[in-house]
Design a protein around this ligand. Structure first.
Ligand code: ADP
Ligand code: ZN
Ligand code: ZN
Length: 728
């Protein structure tokens, strides 16, 4: 009598056995719907056998096995096993977290896709249509035509990914003769896009990586901003396509997806590409996932969750902006997609390319010690584009008014006169970070978090940027009754207001999470910038990464000093990466770039290295500091995180947990402490830090500790292990 062993998404580290008469070995990796207590649950079959520890009379029959899609391949199940072991998280939760939402419920997946996808090619008539002749309210039609005019060829799936409504336009456009249908196989690998000749640095990077294409290696592609890393990616993907292999490209969880997607489609218009990111609905995600699983999609572009995609013919993995912290999931299963990508590379014996202008110190360290292979691009790719000049404005001498100093205002003025674009970078959205009573010192705080409420003047609200809580504007100070309560400090909205007053003729555009919430906001914004409809941009980190704005000549950086003296040992590394990124937006084409940093600490080594564009100098300094202090990459860390309604319960729990730990000689175990931000979303949080110079020792310790932790009563406490934590 066959027995299936099923991994279910329940918070215990066990697998569950069920009787399934029709099961065979072929069903390993398939989903099964089974009774669980009074409920039905769907999980994944990880083994099929005849034996079980469960008494025959207690063994329940499974409801059904879903066979409408292929079972998960063994390599993917191995990845899930590794992930469960390494992050000490129940296998069932790991697997179900990694599947598309549509495969987590108790239903068969409905497959609507046509395996013989067509693609559509723009005709000369279609190419001649002026985009602006389509009414702006007809957004879908506009973006579809725009995509066609850029890419020339789009597959049916690509059209669908633009918008499900775009699909409905296709028959009409064929009738109008704007596009024609063509089977996918007739199309070429590379498109008509102009392909630049590689410079010598790029060429040696491409040669080195493609030469080792049949074996595992982790490559650190370390290239200054604008050095043409994307072109290197395209060139190393090309041989994969001709060999009919898949490439997985992981990118940070940011607005950059559509832009990179467009670049890839433009170069490889007829190559089936799926993009898997948080902007998709569940049906779209499932459809992309299935295309990847069938091997049909050749390029899989996705954010961190895409690392769990089944890829039967995987030939190459690229992780762009590898230092970005969004590759690490910050709740539930706290995995690092970058690190799992390296595991996958090793598993499939293929190269993994980590790209960055400012690698994480971990990766940089590995490159220096020879564990990763280091390839560098030291100059900008576009001819005559030099790295921008970077200067500090000492705000102790040049006092700021409403956050802006005279030298910065003058530079903006100059830039406007020269008809170049400028960018003001301020990593703080809203109008002002604090609402303050000048007579008693009261400030508006969030009741659910240890944080202040941010003033959003436009909608007359106070808002918590951690939990989303919103409050009305108080008419008077709730503490002393004083009516003179004022916004204090600068947010992007206030800087926008100030700049509008200074430069009434300038076209100013603010780009932060508030201004980009609408679905197509990003595309419109990028279009406006690229067509020179904007003079001054004001943006948060959203704007810092990756975007290519050829006419941007000036970048002003406000309020960066806070991070210089943070208690977080990674703060300097992050600030440097972020400022390099923002500075890197300037002077990318034929316009010389200038960067002005307003600071009270112009002599700080971080700004000194930044001025020289000297990543290595700062990285060496930080590495030396970390070595002395015993921080990563010289030690491996894990946190036991716990949260409850009261910090005392949390610390009690953590005390007990610490007492359970044994064999302390192989790891260093610290005392329980409250988290840096104690209250978050109404819960209070604390942790215990464990570290060791040996990853193996740390893992061995965690395995034993985890088993014991599972026996602790924890009704009042939620806890989780966070391996290689990034936040404290
Ligand atoms: P990075 O990602 O390294 O910051 P990008 O890949 O965005 O840089 O490239 C910067 C610019 O350089 C882009 O406009 C790109 O088209 C251009 N570029 C890349 N390679 C070349 C090359 N070999 N010749 C000319 N221009 C290039
Ligand atoms: Zn007051
Ligand atoms: Zn809050």
């Amino acid at each position: 009598m066959p027995v299936i062993r099923v991994a279910l998404s329940v918070p215990v580290d066990t697998l569950f056995d069920y009787q399934a008469d029709d099961a065979s070995e072929q069903d390993i990796g398939a989903r099964a719907c089974v009774p669980f207590g009074k409920k039905k649950l769907t999980g994944v079959i990880v083994a099929v056998g005849t034996e079980t520890q469960i008494a025959v009379e207690k063994l329940k029959p499974a409801h059904c096995i879903f066979r409408e899609i292929k079972p998960l391949p063994a390599a993917l199940l191995d990845l899930f096993h590794f992930c469960s072991q390494y992050y000490h998280h129940p296998l069932g939760m790991v697997i179900m977290n990694g599947l598309p939402v549509k495969l987590r419920n108790n239903k068969a997946a409905i497959l609507k896709r046509n395996p013989h996808d067509d693609c559509y090619v723009l005709t000369a008539t279609g190419a001649s249509i002026d985009l602006s002749s389509i009414p702006a309210r007809n957004r879908v039609a506009r973006s579809l035509l725009n995509e066609f005019q850029h890419a020339n060829t789009l597959t049916a799936l690509q059209v669908k990914q633009i918008s499900p409504r775009a699909v409905k336009l296709v028959p009409e456009w064929i009738r109008l003769g704007w596009i024609t249908v063509q089977p996918i196989s007739a199309a070429r690998v590379t498109g008509t896009a102009k392909i630049p000749a590689l410079n010598s640095e790029q060429a040696s990077a491409v040669d080195a990586i493609t030469a080792s294409n049949q074996q595992f290696d982790t490559w650190l592609l370390h290239g200054v901003t604008g050095s043409g890393k994307t072109e290197v990616y395209l060139r190393i993907i090309e041989p994969m396509l001709t060999q009919d292999k898949q490439t997985l490209v992981l990118i940070p969880e940011i607005s950059l997806t559509p832009q990179l997607e467009a670049v890839f489609r433009n170069r490889f218009p007829a190559v089936p590409l799926v993009s898997l990111h948080s902007g998709l609905n569940d049906t779209e995600r499932l459809s992309g996932w299935l295309q990847a699983q069938s091997g049909e999609a050749k390029i899989i572009l996705g954010t961190r969750l895409a690392v769990f995609t089944p890829l039967p013919t995987l030939g190459l993995i690229i992780v762009d902006e590898e230092q970005d912290s969004s590759f690490k999931q910050q709740d539930g299963l706290r995995y690092s997609a970058r690190d799992l990508a390296i595991f996958r590379g090793k598993q499939a014996n293929i190269p993994v390319v980590l790209g960055s202008a400012t690698p994480s110190l971990e990766s940089y360290h590995h490159a220096l010690t020879g564990r990763y292979r280091h390839v560098r691009l030291l100059s900008r790719a576009v001819q005559n584009a030099a790295l921008p000049s970077i200067r500090c404005i000492d705000t102790r001498i040049n006092k700021t008014q409403d956050g802006l100093s005279q030298p910065l205002l003058q530079a903006l003025d100059q830039c406007l006169k020269e008809k170049h674009q400028s960018l003001i970078f301020l990593n703080r959205r809203g109008y002002a970070p604090v609402l303050l009573c000048k007579s008693c010192g009261w400030s508006a705080a969030c009741q659910r978090c240890s944080s202040r409420l941010v003033v959003h003047l436009r909608d007359k609200k106070l808002s918590c940027h951690h939990c989303g809580h919103q409050a009305q504007f108080p008419r008077a100070c709730p503490q002393c009754g004083n009516q003179d309560i004022t916004p204090f400090g600068q947010g992007t909205q206030r800087v926008e207001e100030t700049l509008a007053a200074h430069f009434p003729a300038a076209r100013i555009l603010r780009i932060d999470r508030d201004s980009t919430r609408r679905k197509h906001a990003w595309q419109e914004i990028l279009h406006a910038i690229q067509t020179q409809q904007v003079d001054i941009l004001i943006g948060t980190q959203l704007l810092a990464k990756g975007h290519d704005f050829p006419n941007l000549a000036l970048v002003g950086i406000l309020n960066a000093d806070n991070a210089l003296y943070s208690t977080d040992f990674r703060a300097s590394e992050r600030l440097f990466a972020q400022l390099m990124q923002v500075a890197g937006r300037a002077g990318r084409a034929n316009v010389a770039g200038h960067v002005l940093i307003q600071t009270e600490f112009p002599e700080h080594p971080l700004y000194q290295s930044l001025k020289q564009h000297d990543y290595d100098a700062l990285a060496q300094t930080l590495l030396a500091e970390r070595k002395i202090a015993g921080f990563p990459p010289y030690v491996y860390q894990a946190l036991l995180r716990a949260e409850a309604h009261d910090i005392r319960i949390v610390l009690d729990f953590l005390d007990q947990a610490k007492q359970l730990a044994q064999s302390l000689e192989i790891v260093e175990l610290f005392d329980p402490v409250p988290a840096q931000m104690v209250r978050l979303k109404g819960l209070e949080r604390g942790h215990v830090l464990v570290q060791s110079a040996s990853r193996k020792h740390l893992q061995a310790f965690l395995t034993g500790w985890y088993e014991k932790l599972m026996t602790l009563p924890s009704q009042k406490v939620r806890w989780v292990l966070d391996v290689d934590p990034l936040e404290f």
